[in-house]
Design a protein around this ligand. Structure first.
Ligand code: PRP
Length: 213
């Protein structure tokens, strides 16, 4: 008998795009389209249960094996890390991490230790360590653009999609830090235990992605 798989989807924008992709692959996602306050949904025409979760929790559930699969942004993967297989770039949720400063500022033109604010301290640390540059990192929970405006930081490392938030706040990107898009991740034990089921799911998704390319 075929095992029912469980997948964790990142709530919000990636959820909508994931549903579009899975529906294209023939999975009836009606319960996920009208979730109400329910957080777990059984798909009616495919042996898959969908869990809706916040991005870092998607990784936690997949790492612990309570979900076999997950859809999560590369931004969260880079920040949180973890032991799982990253098997597919799903192509949506495309944006980038960039270093941004107040327009016209010379970020590199001083010997003083720079302060950089970010929701992603690990990504920020890795980027500047790669440069051999010592910076003070300040963790901010949201709207990081405020930090340079309020003179709390010399720069920010943040997600840039259209660039509108930076522009409208008098900031400009000066360097790309990493490219971001949604990824399909798989628990390492599930990959062996449910190889047949996971291969079937992956090949459906890959076929749909290939058809769109
Ligand atoms: C993200 C990011 C930027 C904005 C970038 O914030 O932190 O603020 O989107 O998008 P843009 O380049 O298209 O303007 P999000 O909407 O996730 O809100 P948050 O800052 O509260 O986390």
């Amino acid at each position: 008998m075929s095992e029912r798989l469980r997948i964790a989807l990142t709530k919000g924008r990636l959820q909508d795009k994931s549903v579009e992709l899975f529906e294209g692959a023939g999975l009836d996602c009606a319960p996920v389209r009208n979730p109400g306050r329910r957080l777990i949904h059984a798909l009616p025409n495919y042996p898959l249960d969908v869990v809706l979760a916040k991005a870092p929790d998607v990784i936690t559930y997949v790492e612990h094996g309570v979900c076999d699969l997950g859809v999560v942004g590369k931004d969260t993967i880079l920040e949180k890390g973890g032991a799982f297989y990253e098997v597919l770039d799903l192509g949506f949720g495309r944006c980038r991490f960039a270093l941004a400063v107040k327009k016209g500022t010379d970020f590199y033109g001083t010997y003083k230790t720079r302060r950089v604010a970010s929701k992603y301290p690990n990504v920020t640390r890795a980027f500047f360590e790669g440069r051999g540059m010592d910076v003070d990192i300040i963790k901010i929970e949201g709207s990081v653009e405020l930090a340079p405006i309020l003179d709390l930081a010399d720069g920010i490392v943040d997600i840039v999609e259209t660039g509108a938030t930076l522009r409208e706040n008098g900031l400009e990107p000066i360097e790309d830090v990493a490219q971001v898009s949604a990824r399909l991740i798989v628990n390492t034990a599930s990959m062996k235990l449910y190889k047949t089921e996971i291969t079937d799911f992956l090949s459906r998704v890959e076929r749909e992605l290939g058809g769109k390319a």
